[in-house]
Ligand binder design. Sequence first.
Ligand code: C2O
Ligand code: CU
Ligand code: CU
Length: 472
Amino acid sequence: MTDWSLTRRELLVAGGVALAAPLLPLPAFAAERTYTLRAGPARVRLLGATNPETAVWAYNGQVPGPVIRARQGDRLRVRVKNALAEETTVHWHGLRVPNEMDGVPELTQRAIAPGGTFDYVFDLKDSGTYWYHPHANGAEQVGRGLYGALIVEERDAPRVDRDLLWVIDDWRLGNDAAISGGFNAFMDMSHAGRLGNIVTINGAPPRDLAVRAGERLRLRLVNVANARIFALRFAGHRPVVIAYDGQPVAPHEAADGRVVLGPGQRVDVILDMTGKAGENFVVRDDYYARFAYDLLAFRYGPESLRASTLPPPVALAANPVAEPDLATAKRARLVFGGGMMGRMGSARLDGRYLSMREMMGRGLGWAVNGVVGTGHRPATALSLKRGESCVLDLVNDTAWPHPIHLHGHFFRVLSRNGRPTAHREWLDTVLLDPQERAEIAFVADNPGGWMLHCHILEHQAGGMQAVVEVGT
Ligand code: C2O
Ligand code: CU
Ligand code: CU
């Protein structure tokens, strides 16, 4: 066997001499980071120290699972052990990994059996805020607590006083703090998904945040809820968005001062603490206007960190995402239909037409281009050649919002309801309002079969999923 270090030395010694042996390629990654995740039952205190524990499913016994942190260019090696009583996988939401590392049972790998192990190994091409979660029985496994954040640091990170992570979840708990059963219940599937009654940040009740006047925070927001959409209003402050779904965007103040996050989405904001010592400001979630509530408050301590105002945040360096060629792009339309109060009368399942009533009898209720996507290998909605640019017209023909997620790629959002977007942001999950349409564009440069689905996990299970095939 060739020893790498020896070969390297030989090459160095050989200097400018023509070498007989072929040059070995240098490793493309900077460093390898190794993690082990064990998915299994655990007990945690979601409601704080003075309340009963909740039986959850968790990575390494904690909710959220460990934060995986690496730098752009690193190689990540994660050994996943399945200590659950059912199959699982891990999907790296947003990361552009090789298809066989994407963690979708049947489509990209055989699911990890109870007691089994799987090694995920891939290079981190893009910096940003990401997360990981199972893609088997997703509504229940994610809903019971299997998720964690994955942060890929920029080579040249913006200077901030604190880099904070809020992994936001929504739970349906009973009075005994136990998770209510009934995952994938028909009512949830056919309406807004499984909304809960308890919101946690980093697996605990939201706590007020002690801040100092003049401080600059980077806040990484991750929505890991099955179904709840958040719209955070930072009273008295002006959050500046620097990234969506991990991808840099021209820094801009959130529209209406409101940061909206659909399930699966991430937003990185820079928050300057422009209040004064001793002041308090609430952060309020008002996505569902009739059910708005205060999440937490910023509490200014007595000291102030700096008196001067900082210069506006600068843009993060772009990730190496290929620019779609709109002139030659293949164009296609994907219509999302179904659900309660919609107009979908029937849809196709395994080649047969079913009425809405028949579909509902099978616990299904949604479709993509009239096809109900079931199992882990739903029908292919779109086939693309490798390297081909694609413009997709996404049409939400339902009475419900849907965060539509594509695996293995980032896409630019070109327009919404025919109006060009201000920032042409790159996303991996786009939130479509009821009856909204969005035009997205991307280069199909990652070969394999990729899931495209609603990230309201009950909608996905209820048929709102399809496959996008990218040729090899
Ligand atoms: Cu976050 Cu298909 O997943
Ligand atoms: Cu994903
Ligand atoms: Cu949906």
